[in-house]
Design a protein around this ligand. Structure first.
Ligand SMILES: Cc1ncc(COP(=O)(O)O)c(C=O)c1O
Length: 389
């Protein structure tokens, strides 16, 4: 997403992108390791537990690196919980706005902590969770807004995410071990400080009954300007005040600046301005570009007009709006040229679709020590066919 979009340029330049077929995601194992070291350091100094939010980053071929540093993962669905259990190991936590009885029957075999969204969901699934001896939590909504884009703001009016104080009675929490809030997005630790204050103001009287509190995701811990000292202080003070275990579950921060999407130019023509068609797509391969929306950063490309040759870069689907944006280059683009989009490891990779039957980008890793690129997965017709019937 946007706030980290310019990150990872030095990492990207060290990858020989001419050696892969495109389109291809390449995650740099060194950059991933560096992010995880930062998170492990916070974990150690703050005395908290940090989980990988799989919704943001689920490239399981990299889990041997993740496993070295983090305690486990958090899942937004039964499928993510299974991926965490089978491919990562460690603690598995789960939260979703609602679970069916069938999903819960499977989830209790996979997840250690299960967070429900409402007292009604807790009552519905309490017996199944108790039988499996799992730890239950409730997602609460302290209604303090820190996120400007409504699409990413769980604390806004009429939110469906988390129970507000007005809708919670103390006895709704009988049998519940933990409280969970998630109200940040690409935030620094000053925002977490305000979120904690809002959470304590609304739910403080209930915290002494809890074993753990989960501060959700949205913490941009690995961004260069993130104030980690304050994060460590905030968590330490919270633990001292309430004597509970603290969890953080960032997704984006794990892979910030750690991966690129490499694409090729397929055609160049003019219609009022120069247009280049790429073998990638905004709508199918980088949906946040249209949804959020944001402008991805391309290595060696500038704003329109900043360099001598400006192009509108478009995808290869039929959607009229499948446009990545207008970018300028030092030299004219030619068929076969490679373009390297920065900061594509988190969210972009998990959100791709096979709209129009376009081929999904391959998934690769780069080892900076050997400069070797390993392609873990190539996609083809069967991947498209098998999700339909
Ligand atoms: C409940 C929950 N936890 C964790 C995350 C991960 O957030 P991020 O990737 O912004 O750190 C999200 C993101 O939407 C979320 O909804």
């Amino acid at each position: 997403m946007s706030a980290g979009a310019a990150l990872g340029e030095a990492t990207a330049r060290a990858i020989d992108v001419t050696r892969v077929d495109t389109p291809c995601f390449i995650t740099d194992l060194g950059a991933l390791d560096a992010n995880l070291q930062i998170l492990a350091d916070v974990q150690r100094r703050a005395g908290c537990t940090i989980l990988l939010a799989l919704k943001g980053f689920a490239q399981w071929s990299t889990f041997p690196v993740v496993r070295r540093y983090l305690a486990g993962a958090t899942a937004s669905s039964v499928a993510e919980a299974r991926l965490a259990r089978e491919e990562l190991g460690g603690e598995v936590h789960a939260y979703a706005p609602a679970y069916s009885d069938g999903e819960m029957a499977e989830l209790v075999t996979l997840a250690d902590h299960i967070v429900l969204n409402s007292p009604a969901q807790w009552r519905r699934h309490r017996a199944a969770i108790a039988r499996a001896n799992r730890s239950a939590g409730l997602r609460v909504n302290h209604e303090h807004q820190e996120v400007e884009v409504a699409l990413y703001d769980p604390a806004g009016p009429c939110s469906r995410l988390g129970t507000t104080r007005a809708n919670l009675r103390a006895d709704d929490l009988d049998g519940v071990d933990g409280l969970h809030f998630h109200t940040l997005c690409q935030s620094n630790s000053d925002a977490l400080g305000r979120a904690i204050a809002a959470f304590e103001a609304k739910f403080g009287e209930l915290i002494p009954r809890m074993k753990w509190v989960n501060f959700g995701g949205g913490h941009h811990v690995t961004r260069p300007d993130y104030d980690r000292e304050r994060l460590v202080r905030l968590i330490g003070a919270f633990r001292d005040r309430w004597r509970v275990q603290v969890y953080l579950e960032p997704g984006e921060a794990i892979a910030l600046g750690a991966g690129v999407l490499v694409a090729s130019v397929m055609d160049v023509f003019d219609n009022g301005m120069p247009i280049a068609i790429l073998d990638t797509s905004a709508t199918a391969h980088m949906p946040d570009v249209l949804e959020m929306p944001y402008r991805p950063v391309i290595v060696d490309a500038g704003e329109p007009g900043a360099k001598p040759h400006t192009y509108r870069l478009g995808g290869m689907t039929c959607l009229a709006g499948d446009v990545i944006g207008d970018y300028s280059f030092d030299c004219p683009l030619a068929v076969g040229d490679r373009l390297v989009f920065l900061d594509m490891a988190h969210y972009t990779m998990v959100k791709t679709t096979a709209f129009n039957g376009v081929r999904l980008p391959s998934i690769a890793t780069h080892d900076p020590a050997t400069r070797q690129i390993t392609v873990h997965r190539r996609f083809g017709y069967r991947d498209y066919r098998d999700r339909l019937s």
